[in-house]
Design a protein. Structure first.
Length: 279
């Protein structure tokens, strides 16, 4: 028997078309050799960015009965990873899941998945961002981009910045109870971007080539690979490094395809991810 077989619960939406959220998390985390249990927060025809007229079925009312059934069956998880949530009530429901569905020593990973490039996604407001900050405060590790970190803390968003700005932003997150952070999309030079990883009181930066394009769903690709690597025993920094390299590979496999202006072709990079995990 493989004693290292881990079970993750991931809570986020199903955007049927668009390669983001659960349609990324389920295949990516599964490919890492981890049992992946899904709890859809909503079902949309597409992701909200770049499309108009998308459908949105909020599944908030279905969630309590699903989690109550799991409690009754004593189904518990090594990690709970949340992404895009459909409503403020769901944030409270995730807090209940943290209180009732974890195995001893389980890991709580929250990707606030609500904003990018200085703007909140369609459907979210400042109140939602403040609620999300209270969920992030309960997590063991949070994965915001700079925009999300700013919305959660009220810190001023900047397009250009230096190391001091990032240090102060990390302090602002710490003041809200977020002490272990992977801050994504941190770029100090035109041709490079990377992630700042704060964990166990240390801060490290991992930088890599920057592809001058913006794709949907790359935050979900990153977060899913991060969770997969973490469940394979890598520490926070190495998990972030693997996830960043995987995300870059996915972007490079997609960039330039005029017919693929939504998510990234992550499926093509999965063999590479498995190699990076040493499997
Ligand atoms: O990738 C983040 C994401 C997830 N789910 C939905 C989205 C987005 C980003 O736009 O719209 C529904």
């Amino acid at each position: 028997m493989n004693r290292d077989y881990k079970r993750v619960l991931t809570v986020q939406d199903i955007s049927c078309f668009g390669q983001c959220s659960l349609t990324v998390a389920l295949p990516v985390i599964s490919a890492c050799g981890v049992e992946t249990v899904i709890l859809p927060s909503a079902v949309l025809s597409t992701h909200t960015g770049g499309f108009s007229g998308f459908t949105f079925r909020d599944l908030t009312d279905d969630i309590p009965a699903i989690t109550a059934h799991w409690c009754k069956e004593n189904i518990k998880f090594d990690a709970i990873y949340t992404g895009y949530l459909g409503s403020k009530r769901q944030i409270d429901m995730v807090k209940d899941m943290f209180a009732s569905l974890g195995k001893e020593g389980f890991v709580k990973v929250v990707d606030p998945a609500m904003a990018d490039n200085g703007k909140l996604y369609t459907g979210f407001d400042n109140e939602y961002a403040r609620e999300m900050a209270t969920l992030c405060a309960q997590a063991d590790i949070v994965l915001p981009n700079i925009t999300e970190a700013c919305f959660m803390t009220g810190f001023e968003y900047a397009e250009e910045y230096g190391e001091e700005y990032i240090e102060t932003l990390l302090q602002a997150l710490a003041a809200y109870g977020m002490n272990n952070v992977v801050l994504t999309g941190v770029s100090y030079e035109k041709d490079f971007t990377g992630v700042v990883v704060k964990y166990d009181g240390r801060v490290k930066y991992y930088k890599h080539r920057r592809v001058p394009t913006s794709s949907h769903g790359t935050g979900d690709v990153f977060a899913s690979a991060f969770v997969g690597a973490l469940m394979n025993g890598f520490d926070e920094y190495d998990s972030a490094r693997i996830a960043a390299d995987f995300t870059l590979e996915c972007i490079e496999l997609t960039v330039g395809d005029e017919n693929h202006k939504y998510g990234v072709k992550f499926e093509l990079a999965i063999p590479e991810l498995i190699k990076m995990l040493g499997k």
